[in-house]
Write a protein of this length. Structure first.
Length: 459
């Protein structure tokens, strides 16, 4: 056994619901029937040889006899040969267990010893492909392939069975997949169990990353509504932009109508309807976005923006209101309460200016989309840099101390609520030009796709 050498590696099995076609189901049922027959036949063979020749039959002997048996029983040829071999291994394991139990009983342990028994067809309900990959001339060749269909489904391409559709509810490292077992449950549903080799060290590493991933800082902006400290961003939704364009068009028409006329009233209603639609679509979108955040994170850090003050002072008042920053924070806050997550709001002072890597303060003009640090050389998207600062402030806020090696927050910067004057006096605050390019230099930044697109149609 090579157990010691691969101490940190072990097999984990993931189960997926399978949806065979009628033909595939027919084939699988037939295979199970044939495999059950083979199981019982091999069991019986071992028994009779022991009775008549007083010798044990080994797995290798039965495997070597398989071609001969196939000639005698051609129906075996309908089943993939590795699946047949796996049945012989099952028989071998059953005997192995029997002899082990026998040994333990001889030593005086209280164990039940059961001689391997034949199985009725109805109880034989799984078949195993023992190899997902095989080595050929030093190269790994797939015996079974995995093909993603979409977010929800994938196909397992099984030899002699074809493309078996499965509900792919979680990703797996297919390169590390070892075996595939197809089974039928008591109510006739089909399942696929995929065993995957995992490395304990890898798992621990991922667990630590997961904990870190549970906190997020969020920068609210105009071009990108949300930029997260994980380099995700959410644009100001397109469907709203579309509706807004339509609103503008209809408003123009409205202004041309003669006051008090029948058409005036008609157009007034039309405009009001679009207003209503936009309001609902925005709420719907913000609900989804806040749900997304709360489902993913345990700590969500926003800036404590004084929105009324910003709106009063900013040229971008309309855009700020449209973006729905305040609504997003409100939605996230009450959803978090119910989900046991936490929303923290921190002082927005200097979040845009400070370098999230080294803490150096880098003043920026409104149009500068990139954070370029002369101190440490960091070049980051402006909003991403801010979101990391926001997260750090949130963590300090929680722990009451410093986080990481960055010094800035220890320097007398309050993390509590900001007064409206403080907020407005920050020159770089939230006044990004909406037309400026976002200049994503790092390809790892990616747009978030929310679980479902809001169901709004622009007629
Ligand atoms: Zn720096």
């Amino acid at each position: 056994m090579s157990r010691v050498r691969e101490e940190s590696k072990f097999l984990v099995t993931y189960k997926f619901r399978a949806y065979p076609t009628a033909l595939q189901e027919y084939k699988l049922e037939n295979w199970l029937y044939v495999l059950c027959w083979l199981y019982n036949f091999s069991l019986e063979e071992r028994k009779s040889i022991w009775r008549e020749e007083k010798r044990s039959v080994r797995y290798s002997e039965q495997q070597n006899n398989l071609p001969k048996l196939k000639k005698k029983e051609p129906i075996l040829k309908t089943v993939h040969s590795q699946v047949l071999q796996d049945v012989l291994r099952r028989v071998d394991r059953a005997f192995g267990k029997f002899f082990q139990d026998l040994e333990r009983k001889k030593k005086g342990e209280r164990t039940k010893v059961g001689y391997p028994k034949k199985k009725p067809t109805a109880k034989y309900k799984s078949l195993t492909f023992p190899q997902v990959w095989m080595k050929q001339k030093g190269k790994l060749i797939p015996v079974i392939r995995l093909e993603r269909k979409n977010n929800r489904f994938a196909y397992l391409i099984l030899p002699k069975i074809g493309k078996l559709k499965i509900r792919f509810h979680r990703g797996i490292d297919w390169k590390k997949a070892k075996t595939v077992t197809v089974e039928r449950d008591l109510v006739g549903k089909w399942w696929v169990c995929i065993s995957v080799e995992v490395d304990l060290e890898q798992i621990l590493k991922e667990a630590v990353e997961r904990v870190e991933r549970k906190s997020v800082g969020i920068d609210l902006g105009v071009k990108n509504l949300v930029t997260t400290s994980e380099k995700n961003f959410v644009e100001h939704p397109k469907f709203l932009q579309k509706l807004e364009k339509r609103l503008k068009r209809e408003q123009k028409k409205f202004s041309r109508k003669e006051k008090g006329s029948e058409n005036y009233e008609k157009q007034r209603k039309r405009v009001a309807k679009i207003h209503e639609k936009i309001k609902n679509a925005r709420r719907d979108f913000l609900h989804k976005l806040s749900r997304y955040l709360v489902d993913r994170y345990e700590l969500i850090v926003f800036e404590n923006l004084n929105i009324p003050a910003l709106v009063r002072d900013s040229r971008l008042a309309k855009l700020i209101l449209d973006a729905g920053w305040g609504t997003l924070i409100t939605f996230a806050t009450y959803k978090a309460v119910m989900a046991g997550a936490k929303v923290v709001r921190v002082n927005p002072a200097y979040t845009t200016q400070d370098c999230s890597v080294c803490g150096y303060r880098v003043p920026k003009t409104l149009a500068e989309r990139m954070h370029r640090c002369p101190n440490c050389g960091a070049e980051l998207d402006r909003d991403y840099n801010a979101s990391v600062n926001i997260l750090k402030k949130g963590l300090t806020h929680l722990t009451g101390g410093r986080v990481g090696a960055t010094r800035t927050y220890a320097c007398g910067e309050g993390t509590g609520g900001a007064t409206s004057r403080e907020v407005v006096s920050q020159p770089s605050l939230k006044q990004e030009t909406p037309c400026g390019s976002s200049g994503w230099e790092d390809s790892r930044q990616r747009a978030l796709s929310l679980p479902e697109a809001p169901s709004v149609r622009a007629e």
